[in-house]
Design a protein around this ligand. Sequence first.
Ligand code: NAD
Length: 485
Amino acid sequence: MGLLDSYSISFDHFIGGERVASERSFDDISPIDGSVIAQVSAGGRHEAYLAITAAEKGFEIWSRTKRSERAAIMRTIATLIEERVEVLAMVETIDNGSLLRSHLRSVMPRVAHNFRFFAQFLEEGLDYPDFETRGHKNHVSYDPSGPSLLISPWNAPLMLETWKIAPALAAGNSVVLKPSEWSPLTASILADITKDAGLPDGVFNVVQGIGEEVGPHLVGDHRIARISFTGSVPTAKAIASLAAKNLTPCSFELGGKSPFIVFGDADLDLAVKLAIDQFDNAGQVCLSGTRLLIEDDIFDQFIDRFTIAQSQLRQGDPRADLADIGPQIHPEHLDRIDRFVQRAKANGSKLIFGGERNLDLGGLYYRPTLFVEDRIDTEIFQEEIFGPVLVAKAFSGVQEAIAIANSTKFGLAGVVVTSSREVAERVSSEVVAGTIWNNCFFVRDLSAPFGGSKSSGVGREGGHWSFDFFCDVKNSVFAPTGWAS
Ligand code: NAD
């Protein structure tokens, strides 16, 4: 019996409110057992054209739909997501291998919350107060901008997709979504949900396919008004150069190699607990603090305690309630992780634990891994691995911690563990990153700005920042005189 046998999911595109099949398809495999679970329609030039044409028509309707009606439909989408949480959670787990219990408890509720939050922001938070210049009134409006192309990765598919879909729809834009070919399924269920919620045809479209094949036909189309992309740096560069031909505005949320800084005065229990969280989603989290910078006076103690704590982690089938770490998404990705690890070993980095596939489980599991490094110019210290592989380095004092933290090309996030508020504030101020967590990790408010600095991204999304990106922001100036009415 196949993993998806109890579910009814379309593997075709969703264009103009209808299912559209392609002649070609690609295999979607489950990381749970490596089996092929679906043959998904593989889009190309033709499907890209159809979807953007549908999105243009959808935009005509949606951009003129009253804010209150847009918000009401978005809330219905949220309700339908809540009603289908169990199906969405299980299909996501089968498709991308992340833990079922996190999908049930936090991820899918957050998916619904994305719609509720941006519906509420549209109604209550968007308007900017009028202001005066020499008696003239300035009126700022947030106008819909057009069809938005949203391109997403595989590590948290529906959460990251709806983080973009919800503000784009709230802004009055239509959407063409291109999910990752490694995790295409929940986007297809969402398409059915939008239809059931009464979203007009063409407002939300899904084009499935291999990124390099269909992506350029979507990105390079002049009718696309906005591109919001989450994924890797090389893909962002390819998108940016093609989008430049039409000057299409892009928002990029990219990779990271974030510092996790523990000072000598930190609560070590807390530090170890937060460090364990960096293995969440089998290390496939862009925001993970993958460089453990530990002050030298507690370095050995921290490593010993962390080593014991990680040995308690249970690796296994992500559908099981007891599993803490599931498989990696895909054989190609597992091989890539292993190549990083083997090169680090060969280059003399000191392996503390892990460093190999978990062959006891077969399939796609990689053991949580920790290296200790003296140097900061090594590949293992500089490059994003996107797996359960951390590297630790000792530092001495705040200044050195900040310098090492800022020593990579990335600037996505950072975690600081210290009992000194002054130290936390200084590090937060001087480390270059989009988000810094002090004595905590992954606390996220949708009204906060989110994004990366340096190679970790371009622009910010979240709350007002999402509308600044997805809308055409206009200032209308009204003179004090000359009015008959
Ligand atoms: P990826 O860049 O390989 O693919 C992302 C998406 O782009 C996929 O849908 C893919 O099909 C598509 N794509 C590929 N080539 C394309 C092209 N030429 N034109 C248009 N689209 C194309 O990234 P991935 O492996 O899916 O995701 C992992 C990366 O995403 C990591 O670097 C991770 O850090 C990053 N990420 C960042 C965030 C964030 O919020 N900053 C969140 C999650 C993941």
